[in-house]
Design a protein around this ligand. Structure first.
Ligand SMILES: [Zn+2]
Length: 192
């Protein structure tokens, strides 16, 4: 796969207008092979695996997490898994040691592919069903933060991207959005 020189994309509209001075944790966001994991075609398409007879609650919670991020970032729910940028699947997750994510029942990974000579990525989120509602919602919110480009963890438990599970999961914080905005100001090889 040909890697081009990293360049900065224009900010998505909502982030472009966002201003806040409560700080961020951008220094904890990791670069990857294509550098920062920035989306450049909006709205970003999100697929939530449809419900079977046992999982309507799971679908409702995943959709709620998508809608919460939508206040800050252009997202669109789509029905087709193969055309989605972000996929949220219902799956059991094998135990790993050391654990790769803050909870054992959710994770996210990215895949790179090339389309029309442009380097693209897709994100695959897995959230295990049959957990307490608040835990599933918090997990979806957190994994979506990674999928949007926050490839790292906050050290404050009032941020969605805090590295550990907390008793009362926070809503998306100004610091989460500040960090996301800084990610989108960085160069990337994706989308060029
Ligand atoms: Zn995480």
């Amino acid at each position: 796969m040909a890697l081009s020189v990293p360049k900065v994309h224009p900010l998505p509209p909502i982030l472009a207008e966002w201003t806040d001075r409560s700080g961020d944790y951008f220094d904890r966001v990791q670069k990857t092979e294509p550098e920062y994991l920035v989306w450049s075609r909006f709205p970003v398409k999100v697929y939530v695996q449809p419900a079977d007879q046992w999982s309507q609650t799971w679908v409702t919670l995943m959709t709620q997490a998508v809608n919460e991020w939508k206040a800050y970032f252009p997202l669109e729910l789509v029905d087709r898994r193969d055309s989605a940028d972000i996929r949220i699947d219902r799956a059991s997750i094998p135990l790993r040691f050391p654990p790769v994510e803050r909870v054992r029942f959710a994770d996210v990974r990215f895949e790179l592919y090339e389309q029309d000579a442009i380097l693209q990525h897709r994100m695959i989120i897995r959230v295990q069903p049959n957990r307490p509602d608040l835990s599933m919602l918090a997990a979806a919110r957190h994994e979506l933060g990674h999928a949007l480009g926050i490839w790292g963890h906050s050290s404050l438990e009032t941020d969605v991207m805090y590295f550990s599970q907390v008793r009362t999961p926070p809503l998306i914080s100004a610091r989460d959005v500040n960090t996301l905005k800084r990610v989108y100001e960085q160069p990337t090889r994706l989308g060029w």
